[in-house]
Design a protein around this ligand. Sequence first.
Ligand code: BG6
Length: 481
Amino acid sequence: TPVPTFDLVIAGASGDLALRKLFPALAHRVAEGVIPRDSRVIGLVRSHDPGDGLMRTVEARLQEEGLSRAQAEAFMPHLEFVRTDVTNPESMTALNERLGPPDRVRAFYLATPPQLFAPASRALAGAGLLDGEARLILEKPLGKDLASAKAINEAVAEVLPERRTYRIDHYLGKETVQNLLVLRFANTLFERSWSQRDIDHVQITVAETVGLEKRADYYDGVGALRDMVQNHVLQLLCLFAIEPPNTLDADAVRDEKVRVLRALRPIHGADVLQRTVRGQYVRGSSNGQAVPGYAEELGRASGTETFAALRCDLDTWRWAGVPIYLRTGKRMGARYSEIAVTFKSVPHSIFGGDRRDGLAPNRLVIRLQPNDGVQMHLMMKVPGSGRLQLVPRTLDLRYDTAFNERTPDAYERLLTDVIRGDQTLFMRRDEVETAWGFVDPIIGGWRDYYATPHRYPAGTAGPSQAVGLIERDGRSWSEPE
Ligand code: BG6
C-alpha cells in the first residue's frame, strides 16, 4: 500500500527515542523512496531554541545509526523544528501555522512521558488539530498501573476515537515477531502440534546487556516487570498463544490477543513467592568490562527490580498444563530475545528400554535478536555402521542468510503503518488494560510479602532463585547458542 503525503508531528523531538529511533526510521523510509516528497516531520521541542544546532545533531545521529551521508542529507529537508509546549493550548498556534493542508494525513506522536498524554491530547484537540482523520500515537509506557492507564485512555477517548489511537509496543514492529504469525498460520506443520497435546512448556526470554543507561529518572520506580513484561514480553506471549484469527484484520488479531491475556491465571498474594522472582544486578562485568551495580549507578539503594522471572499459566483447553516461563533482565550475560518451545518427549522409545531419557525433546527456538531466525532441534543418527547412536542436531534458518533484504527496524514499519491507517501492530485499549490487570496484583504481592529483589552479578543469567523457579518443575532454562 503506498504511503500518502503526511505531516508527522513529534512531541519530545530532542529526546533519546526521537534521535535514536524515530528520525533514523523515517530517514530509512525516505532512502527507500517510500515517503512522498512533500511529506513533513515537525519536531516539537519545549525548552531549546530549535536552531541549526539541533538539525546538525540529527544529521550526525543519523550517520551514527548507520545511514550514509547522502541518506541523512536526503532526510533533512523533510524535517523542521518548532518550539511548542504541547500541553499548552496557547502555544498551538505556532504549530498550526506550520501544518500543511488538512487533506493530508496528520499524525501526532507523543514521544513524551505518559503524564503528558492527557494534557497534550486535550491541547491538540482544543486547537482543532485532532479533527478529521488525524491520528495520535502514544509511546509506552502507558501509565504505571491499571488506574493510571485507564485515566490516560479515558482522557484520550474523550477527544479521539479508538480507531485513530495508535499505542506503540515496538516489539510488534520487529520482523521476527510478525513472523510468529506467519510461522504458525502459514505452516500446517506447527499449528497442528501447537497445544498441550504436543508441547511440554515454553520459555520467553528478553535478556539485555545494557544497564540503567542514564535513564534513572524513568527506570527506578518502574522496574523490569512494568518496563518489559507488561508490554513486550506479554505481547510475545499473546502472539505465541493466540487462537487463529480469521483474518489479519487489526481487530480480529487484537480480539484474540485479549482472550489470551484474559486467560492468564492471576498471580497474587503469596503466589508471588512461588511463581515469580525479582532480581537486581550488583557489580560485575559486561562484555569483559567491569561495570558497577544498579545501586551504584543510581547513587542510592533501591528496591526496584532489574530482572523478573515468572511462571505463567493459561487456563484454556489448548494450554492447560503448559507452563510459560518469562524472563527478562538488564545486565545479563548476553543480549538475546527468544521464544523457546519444548515439545513433549516421544511416548515410547524403540531404541532400547531406558533410552527414552537419552532422547532430547524437540525444541523450536524463535530467535528475535540477535541473529534473528528459527531453529528446530531434532534427534539424528550419528553416521556409521557401528552401534546406533542418536544425537540432537539443529535445523537453523537465519534471516540474514535466507533473505537478501535488509531487516528494517521496528519503528520503520510502525510509523508507516500509522500513516497508512493500519492498527494491526498497535495495542488496543482493552489489551493494555488487561495486561496491567495481570501485572498490578504481582506488584501488590511483592509489596505485601516483602519480596525484595535478589542480587545477581552483572553479566550473569540472573539470580539463582530464577533457576529454582523452573527447576522446581523439573525443567531448566535454555541458554543462547
Ligand atoms: C524499551 C524499554 O521499551 O525496550 C527499555 O523501556 C529496553 O528498557 C528496550 O531496553 C529494549 O528494546 P530492544 O528493541 O532493544 O529489545
